[in-house]
Design a protein around this ligand. Structure first.
Ligand code: 26W
Length: 775
């Protein structure tokens, strides 16, 4: 046995008094994880020298850690062999639920960044919240989403180390709590660098009141404990609007203050009260505005504990912080009511006023009289994005088009004031999780041809390009795709009790459910194909399986209506014997990181169909690309950079562009399209003519109205579904037709993989490190 295998056996014996063949999955998982953690413990504990970057994020959607950590430590093969020799399925850990401490793109990006930084040798610390319950688990009842708590701790938390001695006190207007850190190792590929993700847990200062207990006031006796623990109890499941909730502001301050206090204390311990090198010691990146209250918090620390005047403190703050914007949707730009902010954070509010005063002076000097678009405090609200731009040295968007939109239409007044602060950092994803681990067959195919350097140097993928011309490679690629479809079929049968036809084209849209992402447009187009096949309008059609996966925010009723609608479409299609040899539709339940790792490698077509100008970047588009799926998408977010690099001719781009929408936005009339285009009318009418039923909820009628009539808060067909409908159907049918020549299709797939080099988060992290953090 290898030393690591022996360490696993020893752990099982010492911790659980059991052995390989007898241990439960949970025991195995914990023993393997703990043994692996020990192998990198010394590297992890080595103090960092030089400048450290800190990534503050309300979400880290790391996913299941055991496989990625073993891969990065080079222990995956040994572990799997040990399991196999003991007669254990090497896939046992697939039953371990992955943690879900994030909603979607923003949280998953943070996790990719941590992996890339540790791999690229960038000292990057993550700081966030250790939610007791992560994003809800989803299941369907009669096609409707039902939510259930995500009790991720039930599997144990072998990768975390609690650091009681480093807890920090956090003061709110009406309560004080402890922030207790739990540290997780972030292991770079090859195990040479191990960074830290520190997640804070809220705990009571006095968890139990004996006096109240003696008076038989049992609930009151644990009140403080409950109130404290509420702060880190649950991840907010909204990823677009902020309800301006008191608890959410508390969460934001909780992890911001804990992180900044720790950083500040570490600095002072080392350098004393000379703060002149603070910004050369720490760079702090704000992942969206959620941690922006860190700005007045650091001011407070520098001025009260560091005894600095405001102006020198401001200079340090500005040099230390940088801000990433992830969305231009107006409703997602965070604002807090002044009275709420003052009551929750009375000790922080004065520093917001100081910031506002400094801004006011600056606007006067610049002769800007109209200040309402700039003021941090305006009309009784505190505007967090404004604060983040004003008090940092860098504001970045997450794809080229997104950064241009920020500069030219979302926040042009700020760009006019500080053009030098704005920059782009196109997102990326880690190829370790999203290719090497989730598609080992394709990884081996690539390594056979170009060696394994791509695992840490993704630009090398370019060397794969000549193999697109090689018939044997194309054939092998198609075989791998089929293998991944078969594996997905097994998984989906177990999870969703659905049988996939693995000879079909797999056309997949997986992402959060949002009107702007247009899952409804996808469903309309599926109905159009369904009617087309039934009516004989579509004669040649390569059998296709349409797959959806998405969670809707629990209070987002329209999104829930769209889920129900798609499930109804699925029933209609799947039970119709006239078409169900040609098409299948399935909405998988509880789409999450682990499901994504199964779905994405099996895809032929990657649905990226957001309304132009709405999806900041998208990151699943990159994961699909590196797994050899072709993009069926709009000119939006990173799709643009993807198809520019891989060739538009090797993808399927359709629909109105930002410039087109800009021109027609005032005259757009969806009712006209509805009246004039029978195919549009037919699919729209399924919402109201009884073809499909919403179970008496009224959701479908509401969706219908939202498109044709609009609503009090938006214009009709706000996201241009009807405008893009026919071009989308055309592009989709073209892709379907092209698939008939599988060999030619495979060539396009290989060209996409070969062009995926720039979309690694390794590249993104290097750009942050060089251009923003200077580490
Ligand atoms: C205040 C509530 C709230 C919560 C989360 C508002 C907004 C968010 C996030 C910014 C939503 C999000 O995840 N945005 C996504 O970020 C990804 C990473 O940059 C991008 O790829 C996606 O396009 C963007 O939607």
């Amino acid at each position: 046995m290898q030393p690591f295998q022996e360490a696993i056996v020893k752990k099982l014996k010492e911790e659980y008094h059991t052995e390989l063949g007898k241990a439960t999955t949970k025991q195995l998982y914990n023993a393997v994880s703990k043994a692996a953690l020990e192998t990198c413990w010394d590297t992890w504990q080595k103090p960092v020298t030089g400048k450290t970057a800190c990534y503050l994020s309300a979400e880290f959607l790391v996913g299941r850690l055991i496989h990625s950590n073993l891969l990065n430590l080079g222990l995956l093969g040994e572990t799997e062999n040990l399991l196999k020799d003991a007669g254990i399925n090497p896939n046992v850990f697939e039953d371990v639920e992955d943690d879900a401490l994030g909603n979607g793109g923003l949280g998953r990006l943070a996790a990719c960044f941590l992996d890339s930084a540790a791999t690229q040798g960038v000292p990057l610390m993550g700081y966030g919240i250790r939610y007791r319950y992560g994003l809800f688990k989803q299941h369907f009842a009669y096609g409707c989403q039902q939510e259930e708590a995500d009790d991720w701790l039930s599997w144990g938390d072998p990768w975390s180390v609690r650091r009681d001695d480093e807890k920090v006190r956090i003061n709110f207007g009406d309560q004080s709590v402890w922030a207790v850190p739990y540290d997780m190792p972030i292991i770079g590929y090859g195990g040479k660098m191990v960074n830290t993700l520190r997640l804070w847990q809220a705990e009571a200062i006095a968890p139990f009141d004996f006096n109240l207990f003696n008076e038989q006031k049992y609930n009151d006796s644990v009140q403080q404990k409950n109130d404290a623990e509420a702060i880190s109890a649950v991840l907010y499941p909204n990823d677009d609007t902020d309800a301006g909730k008191r608890l959410r502001l508390k969460q934001q301050y909780f992890f911001s203050s804990a992180s900044l206090q720790t950083i500040f204390a570490a600095y002072t311990a080392k350098n004393g009260t000379d703060y002149s090198k603070f910004a050369d010691t720490y760079a702090v990146q704000l992942n969206d505005t959620h941690p922006t209250v860190s700005i007045p918090e650091l001011l407070r620390l520098l001025m009260t504990q560091g005894h600095l005047e405001f102006e020198p403190a401001f200079q340090i703050v500005q040099k230390t912080f940088a801000y990433t914007n992830h969305t231009i949707m107006a409703e997602a730009l965070e604002k807090w009511s002044l009275s709420l902010f003052q009551s929750v954070l009375p000790e922080v509010y004065p520093y917001v006023v100081l910031l506002q005063n400094r801004l006011s002076n600056e606007l006067v000097k610049k002769n800007i009289a109209e200040t309402s678009k700039y003021n941090l405090i305006q009309d009784g609200m505190i505007h967090m994005a404004r604060m983040a731009i004003y008090a940092t040295h860098s504001t970045n968007g997450v794809a080229k088009i997104h950064t241009e939109i920020i500069k030219n239409s979302a926040l042009p007044e700020w760009y006019a004031l500080y053009p030098e602060r704005f920059n782009n950092k196109t997102n990326g994803v880690t190829q370790r999780r999203w290719l090497a681990l989730c598609n080992r067959e394709l990884a081996a195919f690539i390594t056979d041809r170009i060696g394994n350097g791509w695992i840490t140097d993704f630009a090398q993928l370019e060397k794969l390009k000549p193999y697109a011309e090689d018939a044997a490679s194309r054939k092998q690629f198609l075989q791998i795709k089929r293998t991944k479809k078969d594996q997905l079929a097994d998984y989906m049968y177990r999870k969703d009790n659905f049988g996939l036809n693995t000879g079909n084209i797999f056309d997949i849209q997986v992402k959060r459910l949002h009107e702007y992402k247009r899952q409804l447009l996808n469903a309309f187009s599926i109905l159009d194909i369904y009617f087309g096949i039934k009516d004989g309008r579509i004669k040649e059609f390569n059998p296709t399986t349409f797959i959806f996966g998405a969670k809707a925010a629990p209070g987002y009723y329209r999104a829930k209506g769209i889920i129900k609608f798609i499930n109804e479409v699925a029933n209609l299609v799947n039970y119709d014997n006239d078409v169900n040899r040609k098409m299948q539709v399935i909405f998988v339940s509880n789409y999450n990181v682990s499901y994504a790792e199964k779905l994405i490698p099996a895809a032929d077509l990657s649905e990226q169909i957001s309304t132009a100008g709405t999806e900041a970047s998208g990151t699943s588009n990159m994961k699909f690309m590196m797994n050899g799926a072709l993009t069926l998408g709009t000119y939006d977010g990173a799709n643009i950079e993807i198809v520019q690099n891989a060739g538009e001719e090797n993808n399927y781009i359709f629909g109105a562009r930002v410039e087109d929408l800009e021109k027609i936005k005032d005259s757009y009339d969806p009712k006209k399209l509805y009246a004039e285009q029978p195919r549009i009318k037919r699919v729209m009418d399924t919402l109201i003519d009884g073809t499909l039923t919403d179970g008496g909820t009224g959701w479908f009628q509401e969706l219908y109205n939202s498109i044709l009539e609009g609503a009090s808060w938006h214009k009709p067909d706000n996201y241009y579904l009807l405008l893009d409908f026919l071009p989308y159907c055309d592009a989709r049918l073209q892709a379907n037709k092209d698939y008939a020549d599988q060999d030619a299709f495979a060539k396009k797939c290989l060209l996409n993989i070969a062009a995926a080099g720039p979309f690694t988060s390794d590249r993104t992290i290097q750009q942050y490190a060089e251009e923003i953090w200077h580490v």
